[in-house]
Design a protein around this ligand. Structure first.
Ligand code: ACO
Length: 323
């Protein structure tokens, strides 16, 4: 039996930090409103010449160094992004070329904020089937490019960044060996498209477009759908909520995370929070948070880690892994 073992994690953030006070200069908002309603204090914003692929490649390089794996030994690259450099080719293929990799396959996965959970699920299946040996799973976004900077209800919530993990297919050593990805679960329901979408694209305005969101409705669905998928994961794997060492949620809103914690009875100190300093970085938020937990020695060998997300579509899902 093959398992997808996490060998390394890495991240990259643009240098430029934009505070809530900075935003108050361009839209009618305040530091206290943003902090109180979302928990966000600041976010990183990419420079004009800094593309999603640049952020993704930098995160991937760090993950590879930490894994001790040479880029040429990677035979699968899955990049989760809703903000590709170009409509095509896939950002993953551009990253593949930046890493000097010419074999295997690279492609993007588009599930917006759930993208990383989707990409981990896809890569895990390739590895478990023996179709690939070593995968780079990347979440990389430059949401600053699809924000309507005159809409205070959305532009204050998002940021740019990237994170990556290296997965390796390893044989399971006996039934006691439960390292690696233990469970993946992805869901979608297109009835909710109008609550969170980008109003551009080749099939509509033919421009890149802007993010549009009914925040209150998204909020309501998020707590419900994410709690549901976590509960299903726990039932499937037989773990109790308090046996999870660390929760690595998609970072959309502190109040959503508090709501989920309360519903499932999770201790707040088990939840990794980075949205205060990163904002919502869509598909990048989970690997960025995982990287944060790794650097703070909060995740170590044997840690049971649960990642979860919901995003536009709606899409949602969860991944349970033993580090
Ligand atoms: N500054 C000041 N006032 C604001 C701002 C702002 N930046 N934005 C909105 N307001 C005003 C509104 O106009 C409204 O005023 P009104 O009462 O006079 O109409 C008031 O604040 C309250 O607005 P609500 O939308 O009801 O505020 P709410 O408490 O719901 O918070 C928020 C808004 C933060 C967007 C919240 O609903 C939320 O986080 N929702 C989830 C969004 C989310 O997580 N999206 C991403 C998930 S999926 C993904 O990551 C792509």
């Amino acid at each position: 039996v093959l398992r997808s073992v996490i060998r390394g994690v890495g991240a990259h953030l643009p240098k430029r930090i934009v505070t809530n006070d900075d935003l108050a200069k361009i839209v009618d908002t305040s530091d206290s409103w943003i902090q109180e309603r979302s928990g966000i204090v600041c976010r990183h914003i990419a420079d004009e010449n800094e593309l999603t692929s640049d952020l993704g490649a930098a995160a991937a390089k760090q993950a590879l160094v930490r894994a001790g794996i040479d880029p040429v030994d990677i035979d699968l690259i899955v990049c989760a992004t809703a903000t590709p450099d170009r409509t095509f080719p896939a950002t993953a293929v551009r990253i593949q070329s930046m890493l000097g990799v010419t074999k295997g396959a690279a492609f993007d996965v588009q599930a917006v904020c759930s993208g990383f959970v989707y990409a981990m699920t896809v890569a895990d299946n390739f590895l478990k089937l023996g179709q690939s040996k070593r995968a780079l799973v990347i979440g990389a976004e430059t949401f600053s490019r699809i924000l309507d900077w005159s809409d205070r209800s959305t532009c204050v919530l998002f940021g740019d960044g990237a994170g990556a993990v290296v997965l390796e297919a390893q044989p399971q050593h006996g039934t006691n060996d439960d390292r690696g990805i233990l469970s993946t679960r992805i869901r979608s329901d297109g009835r909710f498209e109008d609550l969170l979408y980008v109003d551009g694209g080749p099939g509509s305005t033919k421009t890149v477009g802007h993010l549009r969101m009914n925040g209150r409705e998204v909020f309501r669905h998020a707590v419900q759908k994410i709690s549901g998928v976590i509960e299903e994961t726990l039932v499937e794997t037989g773990y109790a909520a308090d046996e999870i060492d660390l929760y690595i949620p998609h970072q959309a809103n502190k109040r959503i995370l508090d709501g989920i914690a309360k519903k499932l009875g999770v201790a707040p100190e088990k939840i990794v929070i980075t949205l205060d300093k990163h904002g919502n970085t869509s598909a990048a938020s989970i690997p960025l948070a995982l990287n944060d937990a790794f650097e703070a020695h909060r995740v170590k060998e044997g840690s049971l880690v649960l990642m979860e997300a919901m995003g536009g579509g709606f899409t949602w899902g969860a991944v349970l892994a033993r580090w």
